[in-house]
Design a protein around this ligand. Structure first.
Ligand code: C2E
Ligand code: CA
Ligand code: CA
Length: 814
């Protein structure tokens, strides 16, 4: 009988009373003649956790109850509550958050607790500065949607202020993100993951919500109100058979593990793993203490309190109707007897209740006071009281972590040391209160500049630090990005401050150091960034400096290059060289236009040196348009000469250019202005361009194709194209990348790949061009054997200025 259990008893009575008063008439008995079809939706993949259902099927408990049950497997993206609410299953398995759904108006009914205690916990890695749950403040903790609330409640109850809790969605359920330091902790089931870390438990730290006084139910069997109303007998029979299965599975773990291996082995867990799970689920179910399935209303109130403390649902939420009553009154005498018993007990209970309530209230106040005090202590220890940013202590900790992480991941990070220029002046002239306002505003601006996952800290005075992680694997690129981020900060900090009555202008000097660098320590990092900051100050303030002189030089070179390029754009210095494309009969059918930059000191600069900078800075728009005009004018000139009138031009288009909203207009306007035939212009695009917004891409291509312009997919085979994508795109041509052509003679795979690409092109009705043809053997293989439509390469002609294109052809072998 349910009233026998623990402290739930007192709380249960008034509730039961309410139920009895509202008790509905006797439900109709189940008809057990023909099996009734029904189904249950699990909330995760098949594993021992759901042994009750498998055992109830295998032992014939459902059949005996007149039921034919389908068990529906769960998994990522399957929300059992939603499935049942949508009518895709009659029953489901949910977590305690089912009550939240009910409070939001979803008429769900909890039938039984399949686990008395929740298996949800957190796993962190020791080291990395994590020794207790408090160390998870401001660090990423990976959770699943169905356990998010529980973990949040746990962290809050542990004393971490809400604004310092960082929950991220778990995308990789394995231990890898934890082991690689990408997250500080992850949600686990204590019945599962601990099995995976056996033997190295000491490396991990397990944190359970119970330690913070949070004790939710584990799996809850539930149904909808409508199902219960329409088929009360069926619900009752299903519940009872399932609980029989639960008892059986806990008594015969080995047998049920084998059953899972034979019939439900979708996760390929070992038998040992399943038995490990069984043992822990037994612990969480405690059939020796609690009648299987029993739900103490008192514990449900605790669940409500936990969610209410997060603001997820109202604290005084009425559980009536949410908790299924497995023993509805059978006879009026029973009701009368119960009420009489209850009333007798009630008098005594009320007295006790009042006393307990008073005690509880006092206790709660004390706990609240203590939590508050602990939070204050923590905040004082780790956070700067003025700006609420992490202080030096917490920063050092994070630096340590960032350093370890970047060593593992091979990705550079940057440490920015920021010092406000002439801050003392403000303090002296307008007083410290104004100075404080300024520092708070600086903190806000810095926080608004950084990405999620990066940190800002205040070291004291007017010194701040920004930590940017995971920039790039290449040092130079990492430096570029750090520079871009720093420029943004300089810009943001340089805007006017409204400080009470005062409008104030200020600037900042920033020193940057990249890490990791050999076995550099956190102290060295801070020193380097500090040193670089002084260099920035002595360079005239309001600027940035890198610690590493070589890096500084590289950055300066790039900045100079950008300035040079801007000048070249205004002077229209970029031009095309043309490389012939030749058909199977040795005839030139067209050319590819390749950009060149004749630099006064550096000579002819190849596109690989300046296109990436142009793309990054956006200069590609202006350069691309200048080149487009040249190509159109060239087409026009060739059209006037019968010897060249048949030539077409293929031009490379960057993703950034293509995605510009004006791209179509610009191309058409240039063709019209030059009086060129659009049918002689081919635009070469790469696969990477297709990754963004495919529908928009297709629409633009269609618009240009309608005017006769052709499209070629460049560097084919080096990107991510799926056949499905290719089929959707209105392409005319496919260019086999020269990396495949280069080794045709020596590498059978490459030869086979080229042959496949050619067949693929035929299948999709595309012209096929091979690039990088350098030898006769390549030409023979591609042109004669596989009938490539055209070839391009040094063998047939190098890229040359337009006036040489015809001579060049004469020089090329036929
Ligand atoms: P791409 O589109 O793959 O161009 C072919 C590249 O291969 C050209 O290098 C060309 O000179 C080179 N090449 C041609 N035949 C041979 C050969 O037989 N052997 C070898 N080893 N190489 C050969 P280039 O001119 O340095 O261009 C490099 C890349 O720069 C181009 O690769 C293209 O992606 C980009 N690019 C060039 N011009 C432009 C442009 O106007 N706009 C944009 N967005 N990108 C351009
Ligand atoms: Ca190309
Ligand atoms: Ca190419």
């Amino acid at each position: 009988m349910i009233f026998l259990f623990g402290s739930g008893r007192l709380c249960a009575w008034p509730l039961m009373l309410a139920w009895l008063a509202l008790a509905s008439p006797l439900p109709a008995e189940a008809s057990v003649d023909a099996p009734v079809k029904t189904s249950v939706q699990l909330n995760w993949k098949h594993q021992f956790e759901f042994a009750a259902f498998y055992a109830a099927v295998a032992q014939g408990y459902y059949r005996e109850a007149g039921l034919d049950v389908t068990i529906k497997e769960g998994g990522p993206g399957i929300d059992a509550v939603r499935e049942v609410a949508a009518g895709h299953a009659d029953f489901g398995v949910a977590t305690s958050s089912l009550v939240v759904a009910r409070s939001r108006g979803l008429p769900v009914v909890a039938l039984a607790a399949l686990m008395q205690h929740s298996p949800v916990a957190l796993l962190a890695r020791r080291g990395d500065g994590i020794n207790s749950v408090l160390d998870l403040a401001d660090r990423p903790v990976a959770v699943d949607p169905h356990d998010r609330d529980e973990i949040e409640a746990y962290l809050l109850a542990s004393g971490i202020p809400r604004q310092h809790i960082r929950l991220v969605d778990q995308t990789d359920p394995t231990l890898a993100p934890l082991d690689e330091g990408r997250i500080a902790a992850k949600v686990i089931y204590i019945s599962n993951e601990p099995f995976l870390i056996r033997g190295k438990e000491h490396e991990y730290l397990m944190l359970t919500p119970k330690s913070a006084g949070i004790d939710l139910f584990g799996n809850i069997l539930f149904t909808m109100n409508r199902t219960l109303n329409a088929h009360p007998a069926m619900v009752k029979a299903f519940r009872e058979a399932t609980l029989k299965g639960l008892v059986y599975s806990l008594d015969h773990p080995g047998q049920v593990a084998d059953l899972i291996l034979q019939q439900y082995d979708t996760q390929h867990k070992s038998r040992a793993h399943l038995l490990f799970e069984a043992e822990h689920i037994r612990e969480l179910t405690r059939p020796d203490i609690v009648e299987p399935g029993y739900m103490s209303p008192g514990r449900w109130r605790h669940v409500v309190d936990v969610y209410a403390s997060q603001g997820t649902m109202p604290r005084n939420f009425d559980l009536t109707g949410f908790l299924y009553d497995p023993t509805p009154p059978r006879t009026p005498e029973w009701v009368a007897w119960s009420i009489a018993g209850l009333l007798l007990g009630l008098a005594a209970s009320v007295a006790i209740l009042l006393k307990v309530r008073g005690l509880n209230r006092k206790l709660k106040r004390e706990i609240a006071d203590r939590t508050q005090a602990e939070e204050t202590i923590r905040t004082l220890a780790y956070f700067d009281p003025l700006t609420r940013l992490p202080n030096r202590l917490l920063l050092r900790d994070r630096l340590q972590q960032a350093l370890a992480l970047s060593r593992r991941s091979g990705l550079y990070g940057a440490l920015l040391f920021i010092d406000l220029d002439n801050f003392k002046l403000l303090n002296d002239s307008h007083g410290h209160d104004t100075g404080d306002l300024m520092l708070q505003e600086v903190a806000r601006r810095l926080q608004s500049c950084i990405r999620e996952g990066d940190s800002v800290a205040r070291l004291g005075g007017d010194e701040f630090v920004v930590l940017i992680e995971e920039l790039d694997a290449a040092q130079e690129e990492a430096a570029n990005r750090a520079e871009i981020a720093t420029e943004k900060i300089i810009d943001r900090l340089g805007r006017t401050y409204s400080l009470g009555e005062v409008d104030y202008h200020s600037t900042a000097s920033i020193g940057i150091t990249l890490f990791p660098d050999g076995d550099i320590t956190v102290d060295d990092m801070l020193k380097r960034a500090d040193l670089a900051m002084y260099q920035a100050k002595s360079a005239g303030r309001n600027t940035l400096r890198f610690f590493d002189p070589a890096m500084q030089a590289a950055i300066e070179a790039r900045t100079m290059m950008e300035a040079d390029m801007r000048r070249a754009v205004t002077r229209g210095e970029f031009l095309f060289h043309y490389q012939p494309q030749v058909d199977n009969h040795g005839r030139m059918t067209g050319v590819e236009a390749l950009a060149r930059w004749p630099h006064p000191e550096r000579g002819m600069v190849p596109p690989a040196s300046f296109i990436p900078v142009a793309e990054e800075t956006g200069l590609i728009m202006a350069i691309g348009e200048q080149l487009l005009r040249q190509a159109c004018e060239q087409l026009r000139r060739w059209a006037d000469d019968p010897a060249t009138a048949h030539l077409s031009i293929s031009m490379n288009i960057s993703a950034r250019q293509f995605h510009d909203p004006d791209f179509v207009t610009v191309v058409l306007a240039n063709l019209t202005a030059a009086g060129a035939d659009p049918a002689r212009l081919t635009l070469e695009i790469t696969e990477s361009l297709l990754l963004e917004n495919i529908d928009e891409t297709i629409a633009k291509m269609e618009a240009l194709k309608a005017r006769g312009i052709r499209f070629s997919i460049d560097d084919f085979g080096t990107g991510y194209s799926s056949l499905a994508y290719l089929k959707r795109l209105p392409l005319d041509e496919l260019k086999i990348d020269r990396s495949f052509v280069a080794d045709i003679e020596t590498d059978e795979n490459d030869a086979a790949i080229c042959a496949t690409f050619i067949s693929l092109a035929r299948l999709l009705d595309l012209r096929v061009v091979a690039e990088g043809v350098e030898t006769d053997a390549q030409r023979y293989f591609l042109g004669i054997v596989h009938k490539c439509d055209a070839m391009q390469g040094y063998l047939l002609g190098k890229p040359v200025p337009s006036e040489q294109i015809l001579q060049n052809r004469n020089a090329a072998p036929d």
